[in-house]
Ligand binder design. Structure first.
Ligand code: SF4
Length: 82
């Protein structure tokens, strides 16, 4: 489950975020590449391939695309309650 206390430091401020790979529960990003390939306008990869939210979605269709990544993430590392 996404952990708003362990956000990747590069997340853009706002509701959507990616949980850091340092998450002690082991539920942070594992650099699977799904989210930033599916929604590159909103998710980016850092130098080690871990994801962060680079732009917060605004329009309804943008929010829907980002919510799809929440469901697609295999470690449930993406949250929308930040
Ligand atoms: S889908 Fe999840 S595990 Fe995969 S890169 Fe994105 S945040 Fe990381």
């Amino acid at each position: 489950m996404a952990n708003s206390n362990m956000k990747h430091p590069s997340n853009a401020p706002g509701p959507f975020y990616v949980t850091s790979p340092e998450d002690p529960e082991g539920e942070g990003c594992t650099a699977c590449t799904i989210c930033y390939n599916a929604a590159p306008e909103f998710f980016s990869e850092d130098g080690e391939g871990y994801a962060y939210v680079s732009l917060q979605p605004q329009a309804t269709d943008q929010v829907a695309l980002c919510r799809e990544q929440i469901d697609a993430c295999p470690t449930t590392a993406i949250g929308a309650n930040g």
